[in-house]
Design a protein around this ligand. Structure first.
Ligand SMILES: *Cc1c(COP(=O)(O)O)cnc(C)c1O
Length: 390
């Protein structure tokens, strides 16, 4: 029997806050507690820290600091991008283009807009979860006011051809938003190279605190304000800034980007060993997502004849934290919209397991998962009513 250990492999859901980030944040809860809008030294200190974080975010994504707006996270940034652009373009048209595999932070705002009378095209994806840029071109009409396609998928790790999609949108003078929450720290992100007019990011996905994110808005992009009130964030997102959170975001994005080359190579090697070990060691198993255009940290596999929820419970009992589908849907029994869009029949979509690696994972963690998983799947299959005659 393997020595039981604690293995966290759910970094697409959230990450631990790096010690350097906690350390950077702490003074802004205590001695540096000033309100950035006030007019004395204590306030200027807080204001300076917020602006330093803005510069760090801008540098990480190839933007100008004045194009970075702090938000309460990825969900708010996505909501603002989608609803804000639509509100500013009401006279121009009523059609939005997005993909069928977006995070709910984009999909649900689109669905809410449909209820208000807007029309939304949900582009299909191929079996690997890729959007075809030609499909974007075909979907564009004179009424199209926004294209929103994520940079990398949180569930299956597929990286989208956003540069090509951005080019198509720009050829038609349509603003392009990309949800880059999973991309930051995983591979180089540059708003110009991606052709992004808007880009969402979230600190807790790359070693920063929860409840802090940012929306990049390219200069000149027409977008409504998100929150009315004081003049914070250039009057577009009012409310006293979450100074400790913003400081943490700035420090975390610095660390994530500077350590990316070493981290992503090591993480990709662990990912590949996990994928190979699972596919070779367990029959009736398939890899979900793209074989190569894939986040360095993402493993997503489906086991026929088993339920994802049962796999998670068994792994949890063995000290392993993982996920099935995305964190937001794992409480429901609906098959994941992402796996369904990739064409998986529901019985395959139900038996999915997502393991997402982070910098603190080790080869010993990978060994442990590969040692215990075959037994878990075999046991569940023995009890499975889904197995039928096979
Ligand atoms: C986590 C996530 C979000 C939401 O970010 P929060 O900061 O948790 O609100 C949006 N999009 C993607 C792709 C994500 O992975």
């Amino acid at each position: 029997m393997e020595q039981r250990r604690s293995v966290y492999m759910d970094h697409a859901a959230t990450t631990t806050v790096r010690p350097e980030v906690v350390e950077a944040m702490l003074p802004y809860f205590s001695e540096r507690f000033g309100n950035p809008s006030s007019l004395y030294a204590l306030a200027r200190e807080a204001k300076g820290a917020v602006e330093e974080a803005r510069e760090a975010v801008a540098a990480a994504i190839g933007a100008r600091p004045e194009e970075v707006y702090f938000t309460s996270g990825g969900t708010e940034a996505d909501n603002w991008a989608v609803k804000g652009v639509v509100a500013a373009s009401r006279k121009k048209g009523d059609h939005i283009i997005t993909s069928a595999i977006e995070h709910h932070a984009v999909l649900h705002p689109c669905q809410a807009l449909e209820k208000q009378g807007y029309r939304v095209t949900y582009l299909p994806v191929d079996e690997f979860g890729r959007v075809e840029p030609g499909d974007v071109e075909d979907a564009i009409t004179d009424e199209t006011i926004l294209v929103s396609v994520m940079a990398a998928n949180n569930e299956i790790g597929t990286i989208q051809p956003v540069a090509e999609i951005g080019r198509v949108a720009h050829d038609h003078n349509i603003p392009f938003h990309t949800d880059a929450v999973q991309a930051i720290g995983a591979y180089p992100v540059d708003v110009d190279a991606m052709g992004a007019d808007l880009l969402a990011l979230s600190a807790h996905k790359f070693g920063g605190p929860k409840g802090t994110g940012a929306l990049y808005i390219r200069r000149g992009t027409r977008i409504g304000t998100f929150m009315d009130g004081g003049g914070q964030e250039r009057g577009r997102r009012a409310g006293t800034e979450n100074v400790p959170g913003i400081v943490g975001l700035g420090r975390a994005i610095d660390l994530a980007v500077s350590r990316m080359p070493q981290n992503s190579a090591r993480i990709a090697a662990m990912r590949d060993r996990l994928i190979r070990g699972i596919l070779d060691g367990i029959p009736n198993t398939r890899l979900n997502g793209h074989p190569t255009e894939r986040l360095a940290n993402n493993v997503n596999v489906s086991f026929r004849y088993v339920e994802g929820e049962s796999i998670l419970l068994s792994l949890d009992a063995l000290g392993i934290s993982a996920s099935t589908g995305s964190a937001c849907t794992s409480a429901s029994l609906e098959p994941s919209h992402v796996l369904t869009a990739c064409g998986l029949p529901p019985e395959h979509a139900h038996g999915s397991l997502r393991l997402t690696l982070g910098p603190e994972n080790t080869d010993a963690d990978v060994d442990y998962v590969l040692a215990v998983l075959p037994g878990v799947i075999a046991r569940l299959r023995e009890m499975s009513p889904l197995r039928g005659g096979t």
